[in-house]
Design a protein around this ligand. Structure first.
Ligand code: MF3
Ligand code: CO
Ligand code: CO
Length: 256
Protein backbone atom coordinates (compact mmCIF):
# COMPACT_ATOMS: atom_id res chain seq x y z
CA UNK A 1 0.00 0.00 0.00
CA UNK A 2 1.13 3.57 -0.54
CA UNK A 3 0.56 6.89 1.17
CA UNK A 4 -2.69 8.54 0.12
CA UNK A 5 -3.32 12.28 -0.22
CA UNK A 6 -6.84 13.07 0.98
CA UNK A 7 -9.14 15.39 -0.99
CA UNK A 8 -10.79 18.36 0.78
CA UNK A 9 -14.03 16.31 0.88
CA UNK A 10 -12.23 13.39 2.55
CA UNK A 11 -10.52 15.73 5.01
CA UNK A 12 -13.92 17.15 5.97
CA UNK A 13 -15.14 13.62 6.75
CA UNK A 14 -12.01 12.97 8.79
CA UNK A 15 -12.69 16.20 10.71
CA UNK A 16 -16.09 14.82 11.71
CA UNK A 17 -14.69 11.40 12.71
CA UNK A 18 -11.82 13.06 14.59
CA UNK A 19 -14.16 15.37 16.48
CA UNK A 20 -16.28 12.36 17.47
CA UNK A 21 -13.26 10.47 18.85
CA UNK A 22 -12.22 13.58 20.82
CA UNK A 23 -15.75 13.97 22.12
CA UNK A 24 -15.73 10.43 23.51
CA UNK A 25 -12.66 11.31 25.60
CA UNK A 26 -14.46 14.47 26.84
CA UNK A 27 -17.57 12.43 27.69
CA UNK A 28 -15.68 9.74 29.62
CA UNK A 29 -13.52 12.09 31.71
CA UNK A 30 -15.88 12.51 34.70
CA UNK A 31 -16.34 8.70 34.85
CA UNK A 32 -12.63 7.93 35.27
CA UNK A 33 -12.73 7.71 39.06
CA UNK A 34 -11.68 5.36 41.87
CA UNK A 35 -13.88 2.23 41.86
CA UNK A 36 -15.03 2.23 38.23
CA UNK A 37 -14.07 -0.85 36.20
CA UNK A 38 -12.50 -0.56 32.76
CA UNK A 39 -15.41 -2.67 31.47
CA UNK A 40 -17.80 0.07 32.65
CA UNK A 41 -15.72 2.70 30.83
CA UNK A 42 -15.84 0.50 27.70
CA UNK A 43 -19.62 0.18 27.93
CA UNK A 44 -20.13 3.93 28.37
CA UNK A 45 -17.91 4.70 25.35
CA UNK A 46 -19.48 1.97 23.23
CA UNK A 47 -23.00 3.18 23.96
CA UNK A 48 -22.08 6.83 23.30
CA UNK A 49 -20.41 6.02 19.96
CA UNK A 50 -23.19 3.72 18.75
CA UNK A 51 -26.35 5.38 20.16
CA UNK A 52 -25.47 9.10 20.38
CA UNK A 53 -22.91 9.54 17.59
CA UNK A 54 -24.40 6.87 15.31
CA UNK A 55 -20.83 5.83 14.53
CA UNK A 56 -18.79 2.63 14.86
CA UNK A 57 -16.11 1.81 17.47
CA UNK A 58 -13.20 0.69 15.27
CA UNK A 59 -11.43 -1.62 17.78
CA UNK A 60 -14.44 -3.93 18.29
CA UNK A 61 -13.61 -7.16 16.41
CA UNK A 62 -10.60 -5.49 14.74
CA UNK A 63 -8.29 -8.50 14.20
CA UNK A 64 -10.27 -10.14 16.99
CA UNK A 65 -9.99 -7.37 19.61
CA UNK A 66 -12.89 -8.07 22.00
CA UNK A 67 -13.89 -4.55 23.20
CA UNK A 68 -14.71 -1.09 21.79
CA UNK A 69 -11.85 0.86 23.40
CA UNK A 70 -8.33 0.16 24.64
CA UNK A 71 -7.58 0.79 28.34
CA UNK A 72 -3.90 0.56 29.30
CA UNK A 73 -3.11 0.80 33.00
CA UNK A 74 0.18 1.67 34.74
CA UNK A 75 2.90 -0.62 33.24
CA UNK A 76 0.64 -1.50 30.30
CA UNK A 77 1.98 0.27 27.20
CA UNK A 78 -0.99 -0.04 24.81
CA UNK A 79 -3.81 -2.30 23.55
CA UNK A 80 -5.04 -3.11 27.08
CA UNK A 81 -8.38 -4.96 27.08
CA UNK A 82 -11.11 -3.54 29.34
CA UNK A 83 -12.08 -5.91 32.15
CA UNK A 84 -13.22 -6.23 35.75
CA UNK A 85 -10.27 -4.40 37.31
CA UNK A 86 -11.46 -1.39 39.36
CA UNK A 87 -9.46 1.82 39.18
CA UNK A 88 -7.68 2.70 42.39
CA UNK A 89 -6.02 5.76 43.88
CA UNK A 90 -2.74 6.51 42.10
CA UNK A 91 -3.44 4.57 38.89
CA UNK A 92 -2.55 6.08 35.52
CA UNK A 93 -4.76 5.02 32.62
CA UNK A 94 -4.62 5.51 28.86
CA UNK A 95 -7.95 5.41 27.05
CA UNK A 96 -7.62 5.02 23.27
CA UNK A 97 -10.67 5.79 21.14
CA UNK A 98 -11.09 5.15 17.43
CA UNK A 99 -14.40 5.84 15.70
CA UNK A 100 -15.49 5.23 12.11
CA UNK A 101 -17.96 7.70 10.59
CA UNK A 102 -19.01 7.63 6.92
CA UNK A 103 -16.11 5.28 6.24
CA UNK A 104 -13.38 7.44 7.80
CA UNK A 105 -11.44 6.91 11.04
CA UNK A 106 -10.54 9.27 13.89
CA UNK A 107 -8.01 7.96 16.43
CA UNK A 108 -6.97 9.64 19.69
CA UNK A 109 -5.87 8.73 23.20
CA UNK A 110 -5.03 10.47 26.45
CA UNK A 111 -3.83 9.68 29.93
CA UNK A 112 -5.92 10.00 33.08
CA UNK A 113 -4.50 10.17 36.59
CA UNK A 114 -6.81 8.58 39.16
CA UNK A 115 -6.85 10.18 42.60
CA UNK A 116 -3.38 11.30 43.67
CA UNK A 117 -0.61 10.05 41.37
CA UNK A 118 2.95 9.41 42.58
CA UNK A 119 5.69 11.81 41.49
CA UNK A 120 6.95 9.12 39.05
CA UNK A 121 3.50 8.55 37.59
CA UNK A 122 2.92 12.26 37.00
CA UNK A 123 6.34 12.54 35.42
CA UNK A 124 5.89 9.80 32.81
CA UNK A 125 2.44 11.19 31.94
CA UNK A 126 3.87 14.69 31.48
CA UNK A 127 6.92 13.57 29.49
CA UNK A 128 4.72 11.57 27.10
CA UNK A 129 2.39 14.57 26.69
CA UNK A 130 5.24 16.94 25.85
CA UNK A 131 6.68 14.28 23.50
CA UNK A 132 3.43 14.22 21.51
CA UNK A 133 3.43 18.01 21.21
CA UNK A 134 7.12 18.18 20.22
CA UNK A 135 6.25 15.75 17.41
CA UNK A 136 3.13 17.67 16.36
CA UNK A 137 4.95 21.01 16.20
CA UNK A 138 7.36 19.57 13.58
CA UNK A 139 4.57 18.81 11.10
CA UNK A 140 4.59 20.85 7.86
CA UNK A 141 5.04 20.26 4.11
CA UNK A 142 8.65 19.43 3.26
CA UNK A 143 9.41 18.08 6.73
CA UNK A 144 10.39 14.40 6.88
CA UNK A 145 9.07 11.68 9.17
CA UNK A 146 12.57 11.31 10.66
CA UNK A 147 12.34 14.92 11.86
CA UNK A 148 9.23 14.06 13.87
CA UNK A 149 10.79 10.91 15.34
CA UNK A 150 13.99 12.73 16.19
CA UNK A 151 12.17 15.57 17.99
CA UNK A 152 10.31 13.03 20.13
CA UNK A 153 13.26 10.74 20.84
CA UNK A 154 15.74 13.45 21.80
CA UNK A 155 13.28 15.07 24.20
CA UNK A 156 12.23 11.80 25.87
CA UNK A 157 15.77 10.49 26.25
CA UNK A 158 16.97 13.84 27.65
CA UNK A 159 14.32 13.33 30.34
CA UNK A 160 15.92 9.92 31.09
CA UNK A 161 12.83 8.09 29.88
CA UNK A 162 12.65 5.72 26.87
CA UNK A 163 10.65 5.52 23.64
CA UNK A 164 8.89 2.26 22.72
CA UNK A 165 10.08 1.05 19.28
CA UNK A 166 7.76 -1.85 18.49
CA UNK A 167 4.61 0.27 17.98
CA UNK A 168 4.24 3.50 16.06
CA UNK A 169 1.89 6.11 14.65
CA UNK A 170 0.28 5.43 11.27
CA UNK A 171 -1.47 6.82 8.26
CA UNK A 172 -5.24 6.81 8.73
CA UNK A 173 -8.33 7.33 6.60
CA UNK A 174 -10.62 4.70 5.11
CA UNK A 175 -8.37 2.19 6.84
CA UNK A 176 -7.56 2.19 10.58
CA UNK A 177 -3.86 1.64 9.90
CA UNK A 178 -2.51 2.90 6.55
CA UNK A 179 0.94 3.77 5.30
CA UNK A 180 3.15 5.44 6.37
CA UNK A 181 4.50 4.16 9.69
CA UNK A 182 5.21 7.14 11.92
CA UNK A 183 8.13 6.11 14.14
CA UNK A 184 8.67 7.98 17.40
CA UNK A 185 12.46 7.84 16.98
CA UNK A 186 14.68 8.64 14.03
CA UNK A 187 17.20 10.84 12.30
CA UNK A 188 16.60 14.36 10.98
CA UNK A 189 16.18 14.58 7.21
CA UNK A 190 15.39 10.86 6.81
CA UNK A 191 12.17 9.16 5.76
CA UNK A 192 9.10 10.21 3.84
CA UNK A 193 8.63 13.90 3.00
CA UNK A 194 5.30 15.29 4.20
CA UNK A 195 2.83 16.79 1.73
CA UNK A 196 -0.47 18.65 2.22
CA UNK A 197 -3.41 16.24 2.51
CA UNK A 198 -1.52 13.44 4.27
CA UNK A 199 -3.36 12.23 7.38
CA UNK A 200 -1.64 10.28 10.14
CA UNK A 201 -1.38 9.80 13.88
CA UNK A 202 1.43 10.60 16.28
CA UNK A 203 1.18 8.48 19.46
CA UNK A 204 4.43 8.17 21.40
CA UNK A 205 4.64 5.52 24.11
CA UNK A 206 7.08 6.58 26.83
CA UNK A 207 8.46 4.28 29.53
CA UNK A 208 9.95 5.38 32.84
CA UNK A 209 12.43 2.47 32.62
CA UNK A 210 13.79 0.60 29.63
CA UNK A 211 12.08 0.69 26.22
CA UNK A 212 11.49 -3.04 25.82
CA UNK A 213 8.00 -4.52 25.78
CA UNK A 214 6.24 -7.88 25.69
CA UNK A 215 2.72 -9.01 24.81
CA UNK A 216 0.67 -10.83 27.46
CA UNK A 217 -0.93 -14.26 26.91
CA UNK A 218 -4.24 -12.56 25.97
CA UNK A 219 -2.51 -11.76 22.66
CA UNK A 220 -3.13 -8.01 22.98
CA UNK A 221 -1.97 -6.30 26.16
CA UNK A 222 1.49 -4.80 25.68
CA UNK A 223 3.47 -4.25 28.91
CA UNK A 224 6.93 -2.97 29.79
CA UNK A 225 9.38 -5.86 30.23
CA UNK A 226 10.83 -4.26 33.36
CA UNK A 227 7.34 -3.42 34.72
CA UNK A 228 8.13 0.30 34.75
CA UNK A 229 5.27 2.78 34.26
CA UNK A 230 4.34 3.75 30.69
CA UNK A 231 2.28 6.59 29.21
CA UNK A 232 0.90 7.49 25.78
CA UNK A 233 -1.01 10.35 24.14
CA UNK A 234 -2.30 10.32 20.55
CA UNK A 235 -3.73 12.71 17.98
CA UNK A 236 -4.81 12.39 14.34
CA UNK A 237 -3.51 15.20 12.11
CA UNK A 238 -3.68 16.44 8.53
CA UNK A 239 -0.76 18.20 6.87
CA UNK A 240 -1.91 21.63 5.61
CA UNK A 241 -0.28 24.09 3.15
CA UNK A 242 1.53 25.82 6.00
CA UNK A 243 1.68 23.29 8.82
CA UNK A 244 -0.88 21.02 10.41
CA UNK A 245 -4.43 20.76 11.65
CA UNK A 246 -5.22 18.47 14.59
CA UNK A 247 -8.42 16.58 13.81
CA UNK A 248 -8.91 15.20 17.34
CA UNK A 249 -8.37 18.31 19.46
CA UNK A 250 -10.43 18.37 22.68
CA UNK A 251 -12.08 21.41 24.25
CA UNK A 252 -9.67 21.19 27.23
CA UNK A 253 -6.75 21.65 24.79
CA UNK A 254 -8.07 24.67 22.92
CA UNK A 255 -6.51 28.02 23.82
CA UNK A 256 -8.77 30.48 25.68
N1 MF3 B 1 -6.02 2.74 18.59
C1 MF3 B 1 -4.79 2.00 18.45
C2 MF3 B 1 -3.87 2.88 17.65
O1 MF3 B 1 -3.66 3.98 18.07
C3 MF3 B 1 -4.96 0.67 17.81
C4 MF3 B 1 -5.77 -0.25 18.61
S1 MF3 B 1 -5.95 -1.73 17.76
C5 MF3 B 1 -7.01 -2.57 18.76
O2 MF3 B 1 -3.41 2.59 16.59
F1 MF3 B 1 -7.37 -3.61 18.10
F2 MF3 B 1 -6.36 -2.88 19.88
F3 MF3 B 1 -8.03 -1.83 19.05
CO1 CO C 1 -3.37 5.11 16.34
CO1 CO D 1 -5.31 4.90 19.00
Amino acid sequence: MSVTIKTPEEIEKMRVAGRMAAEVLEMIEPHVRVGVTTDELDRLCHDHIVNVQKATPAPLNYRGFPRSICTSLNHQVCHGIPGERQLKDGDILNIDITVIHEGYHGDTSRMFMVGKPSVKARRVVEVAHEALWRGIREVAPGVRLGDIGHAIQTYVEAQRCSVVREYCGHGIGRKFHEDPQVLHFGKPGEGLELRPGMTFTIEPMVNLGKRHTKVLADGWTVVTKDHSLSAQWEHTLVVTEDGYEILTLRCDERPG
